[in-house]
Design a protein around this ligand. Structure first.
Ligand code: AMP
Length: 171
């Protein structure tokens, strides 16, 4: 996976001092690498009968939408507070830098649907945990929580105990 790792750019002190931002735009612009990331994630879940891919705003959408297409699944966006137009359920959560709220449409998931949660990066795990809880509050069953990048030194997996966690590239 080193060839993919080399395409991810470190941006020091973004968005605040002390954070090393993992910039995936340098991977996305390479067609073979972008395709490989989607194919590898799809291979992991192709036999899991995923009904819905739930992706997290905004970089999660970039990976979640093509993955949903490859899995023959639907796509559901989880967005920051105030962005979704219809009736929502909301969850507040802690970030590596700050706090925020996430929302999902109340009718986005049917009870018993098999859901794959996708985001670009696992840091402390708060964002993915909040998303999994939103999905479960609507009756969805979490198949796994999948990431392109995992910052293992932040121990985000601990916050996701009880879920299958998959990541392609680890730091
Ligand atoms: P967390 O809730 O701490 O796991 O944070 C994960 C979310 O914040 C993901 O949506 C990431 O895109 C973003 N994020 C957190 N830390 C970083 C980082 N060092 N580089 C890039 N994105 C990050």
């Amino acid at each position: 996976m080193d060839h993919l790792k080399q395409l991810i750019r470190d941006v020091p002190d973004f968005p605040i001092p002390g954070i090393i931002f993992k910039d995936i735009t340098t991977l996305l612009k390479e067609p073979e690498a972008f395709g490989e990331v989607i194919d590898r994630l799809a291979d992991e879940f192709i036999d899991e009968n995923v009904d819905v891919v739930v992706a997290i705003e905004s970089r999660g959408f970039i990976f979640g939408a093509p993955l949903a297409y490859e899995l023959g699944a639907g796509f559901v966006p989880v967005r920051k507070f105030g962005k979704l137009p219809a009736e929502t359920v909301t969850k507040e959560y802690a970030l590596e830098y700050g706090t925020s709220s996430l929302e999902i449409h109340v009718d986005a998931i049917e009870s018993g649907q098999r859901v794959l949660v996708v985001d670009d990066l696992l840091a402390t795990g708060g964002t993915a945990r909040a998303t999994a809880e939103l999905v479960e509050s609507l009756g969805g069953e979490i198949v796994a929580v999948a990431f392109v990048v995992e910052l293992t030194f932040l121990s985000g997996r601990e916050k996701l105990q009880g879920y299958r966690v998959v990541s392609l590239i680890q730091y």
